[in-house]
Ligand binder design. Structure first.
Ligand SMILES: [Zn+2]
Length: 137
């Protein structure tokens, strides 16, 4: 499987952890949107599209987020999340699409970050071109 297109839309704003949204095309026939580039403590990483996991309240049956302590509808105390979910901070989110092998994960991350840096370069060269034309001579 090959990545045939990576489209990056930069998410500008200083101090924000979310740097860009990315759309990736695989083999010219499969598209995954809503991939994010996030600045973590150890540099940039690629976050796959995810959704919050839900659980059902045992008393009223309403859907609530996994990890909350009380039902937002009836206020009953909910059972704690399973151990592995509680220990892993990202455990309350579930990836909707993601690579299975480490090899493909690395490949995807590299392609996405390459496209991100390229896009940033394009944007900053546009900016410096603008400032040259407005401040020059
Ligand atoms: Zn409830």
């Amino acid at each position: 499987m090959e990545i045939t297109e990576v489209r990056v839309s930069l998410h500008n704003g200083d101090g924000k952890r979310l740097k860009a949204y990315v759309t990736v095309t695989f083999d010219n026939c499969f598209v995954v949107r809503n991939i994010k580039i996030i600045e973590g403590n150890n540099g940039l990483f690629v976050a796959m599209p995810a959704r919050k996991m839900k659980q059902f309240c045992s008393r009223c049956g309403k859907k609530t987020d996994v990890g909350v302590r009380y039902c937002s509808s009836c206020g009953v105390q909910l059972p704690p999340p399973p151990r592995d979910v509680a220990q892993d901070k990202t455990g309350t989110h579930q990836d909707l699409a993601h690579p299975i092998t480490q090899e493909f994960r690395d490949y995807l991350q590299k392609k996405v970050l390459d496209a991100y840096y390229k896009e940033k370069e394009v944007q900053s060269s546009k900016k410096s071109f603008d400032s040259q034309t407005t401040t020059g001579f």
